[in-house]
Design a protein around this ligand. Sequence first.
Ligand SMILES: [Zn+2]
Length: 341
Amino acid sequence: MRTGYCLNDNHVGHTLSGHPEHAGRLQRIQQRMQESGLTETLIRVPTAAATREQLRRVHTDEHINHVHAMSYREGYLDPDTYVRDGSWEAALHAAGGLIALVGEVAAGRLDNGFALVRPPGHHAEADRAMGFCLFNNVAVAARAAQVEHGLERVLIVDWDVHHGNGTQHIFYTDPTVMYFSTHQYPYYPGTGAKEERGAGPGEGTTVNVPFPGGVGDEDYILAFERLLAPLARRFRPDLILVSAGYDPHWRDPLAAMEVTLSGFARLTEILLALADELCNGRIVFTLEGGYDLEALAYGVTNTLFLLSGHPEKVTDPLGPGPMAVRRVPGLIDELCALWGV
Ligand SMILES: [Zn+2]
């Protein structure tokens, strides 16, 4: 496999000591990639700054100008979302890095890839920053895939523990982008009820799996196998993008799910099989959350091993959590009935 990755070259300027979304996240991933030999075997794609034209397909001019102006002032764009002197460059390279990787996969020079970028993106709305996110990287990249590379239908799968309100809202009435999310609910940011299914021409292309806290590997896998797989087959994507947050891991300090590293690996395998079946293997992951550095670093390197065709190298040194896993078979049945699958 020709598997690529990018590492946001400009992320270190956007960091805040004591904040969970800090530069040490990507640094720990980089260290683990070196330890595991991945740095030598994968193809590194340089990040470039997203252009204003690329951002404007998703964001308002007012929002872009506001992020720019605030970045040189230092402060908060919402109670959780800081900006500092380096935030503007970091945010442009986060979106631009994912765009670059999508471009390589669209052109057939890479089979698949993982954009290791921060700040994350899925909470950013068209007109405002939110929840550690400045620009919606995955939404900007989905539009770039459509407009610049002629990939008409994009499936975005979001397994971050938080609902991607920004991504959902940006594509809510758009039938060409399907948004599928598993998330803890009710929880931050409050959106993501099962009744939220898109509107107008986009009705039926927003799919929410609202899990209560305590759910683990089994029900995540069931949601992917019984709900996502048939809906993806119905949608027929030309490209799959994955908002990969590793915060459903049981060790994560910001949430209450029980997913293990083995569980993330199984979800990745399901997605890779769907990409092979439906869109010539075209799949690109992008980093969202994940705040326990060990779960994050091993989660990412396991994903990279699977992308590059080395399932035998997947490891789970953290094992399962100490808490009992909550099962929700009734919820999965209810969702399958709701969606007719
Ligand atoms: Zn998250």
